[in-house]
Design a binder for this molecule. Structure first.
Ligand SMILES: Cc1cc2nc3c(=O)[nH]c(=O)nc-3n(C[C@H](O)[C@H](O)[C@H](O)COP(=O)(O)OP(=O)(O)OC[C@H]3O[C@@H](n4cnc5c(N)ncnc54)[C@H](O)[C@@H]3O)c2cc1C
Length: 472
């Protein structure tokens, strides 16, 4: 049994902790805040309740697997998880388009697209997602289910999306997502594809076409909501950790990873205290730890994440009932920008049936930096929004920084293949023996599902050693 120190109580770190405890290790999580879950927060006021972080989970299999591997009770008995249906509504006011796409129905999505975007739109969309499936099949294991192998950075740097080739044109470089959207979808429909990476703050003009795997994943595996709010998922993972005898120390900010005899030997806390450990799992952006305290190989960390943006979120308390026809998630597209409007049909989010809780979020940028700009766009999704508004709260990137510690409130996107490996994250192993990276800042990147995967990868590497080849 080894003593393992885990830095941070985010979702990736807790998923790792639970798996390591099951393997018989003595695990202690050091969390600088007063609670678990990191970005997965909840704000409550006057009977209204809002998710302040993620509002939906894609790839629920990641957490199903975590619960199967760490105890007797499966995920579904610990949280009430529902697939969102319809999956999403897209509003493109500048094109006069308002379309609702059903969940888990390829044919239904195609039919809705045909009627909103014109003849052939559904077929073109399905063809793009078909090619995205090929990219997914080609990279799913090395990109998501296996530790980042030596050399993978180079091989995954090639874009796996089989873009349609234009006859007569020499292909000097693979097309970007924006180019694929333009060529293979065209017109307003293209905005549905580019919007997926915009939601992560990635510029479609520089994003690899392989980012088409993101809508493929959404459409194939669905979008899932946890009744009572997404925080319930964090609570379930925390409780699973406690069941497995993981110890949590709150109010314990880690300042440094201790090194002895050339390997990680514990953590130093902000109060000067030291905790010895045989192995350390860093569940935060490792660049938060003082430079020089970690002997990184030169290519292990990308440049500081100033390019990774935060989010601005409005929590809206509305008078009046949520209409039965309201869609859980609406994306309002405007030229070069967009907002996401969440209207969960969940009594736990409102004081009574005469009120509604709505969350509006965006990557801050031109057209989405000010709350009034967000409200203007959200009004396209929620009729009579301003007249119904009782009060609102604004959550800025500074609030996210307070919850996660990530400088600037940055929210790391999932890792993507292509773009020369620019959108991959550092490997879960480091140059310092005994130090591992988990959470959204490590391979395979951010988002609830991807960060959850770091738990399987890091625990596998620690338990089985460097020969661990990924989860089955
Ligand atoms: C507004 C917002 C919206 C999002 N929307 C979605 C979505 O719709 N779908 C989706 O899948 N994902 C979404 N995400 C991302 C998702 O929430 C995260 O990727 C996921 O929760 C994984 O987080 P993590 O494991 O990296 O830990 P984090 O959430 O980053 O938590 C890190 C933890 O470490 C602690 N910590 C930091 N520094 C120290 C230190 N020095 N010592 C000790 N503890 C420390 C922090 O207090 C925190 O508890 C969203 C995030 C935000 C903020």
């Amino acid at each position: 049994m080894a003593r393992i120190a885990v830095i941070g109580a985010g979702m990736g770190a807790m998923a790792t902790a639970a798996r390591l405890a099951v393997a018989g290790h003595q695990v202690t999580v050091y969390e600088r805040g007063t609670t678990y879950g990191g970005a997965v927060g909840r704000y409550e006021r006057e009977g209204f309740a809002f998710d302040t972080g993620p509002g939906l989970l894609h790839l629920p299999a990641v957490y199903r697997d975590l619960f199967v591997k760490t105890g007797k009770r499966p995920l579904e008995t610990c949280v009430d998880m529902v697939q969102v249906n319809p999956a999403v509504r897209h509003v493109l006011p500048h094109h006069g388009i308002d379309v609702t796409l059903p969940g888990a129905s390829r044919g239904g999505v195609a039919a809705a697209m045909e009627s909103a975007f014109g003849t052939g739109a559904g077929e073109r969309w399905n063809a793009v997602l078909g090619r995205a499936r090929d990219a997914w099949d080609a990279t799913r294991r090395p990109l998501l289910e296996e530790p980042l192998r030596p050399g993978a950075r180079r091989s995954l740097g090639d874009d796996p999306y089989p873009a349609l080739r234009r006859s007569g044109l020499l292909r000097r470089r693979p097309p970007t997502l924006a180019e694929v959207a333009d060529r293979e979808l065209g017109g307003a429909l293209a905005e549905l594809l580019t919007g997926v990476v915009r939601g992560y703050g990635i510029d479609p003009a520089t994003a690899p076409a392989s980012a088409a795997v993101l809508p493929y994943m959404e459409q194939t595996f669905g979008s899932w909501y946890v009744r009572g709010g997404m925080r319930a998922l964090a609570t379930a993972v925390y409780e699973r950790c406690l069941e497995r005898k993981v110890a949590f120390v709150f109010g314990a900010e880690v300042r440094e990873v201790l090194v002895a005899d050339g390997r990680a030997a514990g953590v130093r806390l902000a109060d000067g205290g030291e905790a010895a450990a045989d192995t350390v799992v860093c569940g935060i952006d490792p660049r938060q730890l003082p430079a020089g305290s970690l002997p990184w190989p030169s290519d292990a960390l990308p440049a500081r994440g100033d390019d990774v943006p935060g989010r601005i979120t409005l929590l809206l308390a509305l008078r009046g009932a949520r209409p039965a026809t309201a869609v859980h998630r609406t994306v309002v597209h405007a030229p070069g920008t967009q907002v996401t409007v969440m209207r969960p049909d969940d009594p736990a989010t409102r004081p009574d049936e005469e009120h509604e809780a709505v969350t509006v979020s965006a990557v801050p940028g031109p057209g989405t930096s000010e709350p009034t700009e967000l409200l203007n766009l959200a009004e396209k999704a929620v009729q009579g929004l301003r007249e119904r508004l009782l009060w609102h709260e604004v959550r800025t990137p500074a609030d996210i920084e307070a919850a996660t510690g990530a400088p600037g409130g940055a929210v790391p996107p999932p890792a993507l293949a292509g773009a020369g490996g620019r959108l991959l994250r550092p490997a879960n192993t480091t140059a310092l023996p005994g130090l591992y990276l988990a959470g959204g800042w490590a391979h395979p990147g951010g988002g609830l599902a991807h960060a959850g995967m770091t738990g399987a990868l890091v625990a596998g590497l620690i338990v089985e050693g460097a020969e661990f080849r990924g989860s089955q």
